[in-house]
Design a protein around this ligand. Structure first.
Ligand SMILES: Nc1nc2c(c(=O)[nH]1)N[C@H]1C(S)=C(S)[C@@H](COP(=O)(O)O)O[C@H]1N2
Ligand SMILES: [Mo]
Length: 306
């Protein structure tokens, strides 16, 4: 979404441009840190791969992105993950690739990241709770990882699993969700170029509360699809169970596509509050990425498969 230049450049565009250039300088510096984490190539700033702009999207401040979180492993209040996630140890960390792939493996996070180049993607994010943010993620296409591990023809879905360790994740001492947190994507959703694995934001290493050391980001779906602190990706033949669908199947479906026409049983999904703004704005189908992803669901009844 950064930055579609129209002939009539507005003041807010200029402000964005300055932020963009500053950030690019910062990213170049921060790149040293991420390179040390095992991301082989230097960081690149965003091209225009982040999707269509809503016109007045501004980045949500770093402070809000890192203190207003959902990460139930560290508490159910928005401010709790930032306060509590320091107990998570993200090194050493390993990620298992299992199931229907030619190259199953257990990678140390450094080796997992090494072949991939982290690039910045500015995405609108929309929580099922009807708030939204605009976040500059640092990541790489999940498709690149999928090609690397070579799924077989039996692989139809991927199941993602978060770390399960109540000593590091105090929220797991209570049965708030069916731990460990799991999520799933159909393989074509996982292969879509907008779907990324994320290791940083704002040009910095991902803070624990945002899902360090590695999390998923799928910008056309509600935020809960973005499973954090991933330890396992399993390629499976049938639709995997997901933590939120297990917890409340009437409220959270497997697909979780942002859809202003399908209300949550307890509230409307037609509007959203952008964190930092007062006036609520209309929620767009597929969170505004419909021109790129709607074809994945052609012929499906999105009220039934919500
Ligand atoms: N493991 C795990 N992943 C999770 C969650 C969680 O509670 N546990 N919450 C989800 C929800 S509901 C949202 S909206 C996003 C929030 O990501 P953010 O805090 O980086 O904005 O993380 C998702 N991933
Ligand atoms: Mo969410």
């Amino acid at each position: 979404m950064l930055i579609k230049r129209a002939p009539d450049v507005r003041a807010s565009d200029i402000t964005d441009e300055v932020m963009y250039l500053d950030r690019r300088r910062f990213i170049t510096r921060a790149g040293i840190g991420l390179a040390a984490l095992g991301a082989g190539a230097p960081l690149t700033a965003l091209g225009d791969r982040g999707g269509a702009s809503q016109g007045d999207d501004k980045l949500t401040p770093y402070e809000d992105v890192t203190t207003y979180n959902n990460f139930y492993e560290f508490g159910t209040d928005k401010d709790e993950p930032a306060k509590n996630a320091h107990t998570l140890r993200t090194r050493p960390w390993s990620i298992a690739i299992e199931g229907h792939v030619k190259k199953p493996a257990v990678y140390a996070i450094e080796d997992f990241l090494k072949p991939h180049r982290l690039e910045e993607r500015v995405y609108r994010m929309r929580c099922v709770e009807a708030w939204s943010m605009v976040i500059p993620w640092m990541g790489f296409p999940l498709a690149d990882l999928i090609k690397r591990v070579e799924p077989t023809s039996s692989a139809k879905y991927i199941e993602f699993t978060t770390l399960h360790d109540p000593r590091q994740m105090p929220g797991q001492r209570r049965q708030v969700l069916n731990w460990p947190y799991t999520e799933g994507l159909r393989l074509d959703e996982a292969m879509h170029p907008l779907t990324i694995l994320v290791a940083g934001l704002y040009g910095k290493v991902l803070p624990n509360q945002n899902g360090a050391p590695l999390r998923l980001v799928v910008p056309w779906k509600y935020g809960f699809k973005g499973v954090k602190s991933i330890v396992k990706m399993r390629f499976v033949e049938t639709q995997p169970r997901t933590a939120w669908n297990d917890a409340a199947p009437d409220e959270y479906g497997f697909y979780a596509n942002v859809n202003p026409e399908v209300d949550h049983p307890r509230w409307s999904q037609a509007k959203e509050r952008r964190i930092g703004e007062f006036r609520r704005r209309a929620t767009l189908p597929f969170n505004g990425y419909g021109d790129q992803v709607a074809r994945l669901y052609a012929g499906m009844d999105l009220r039934k498969f919500f």
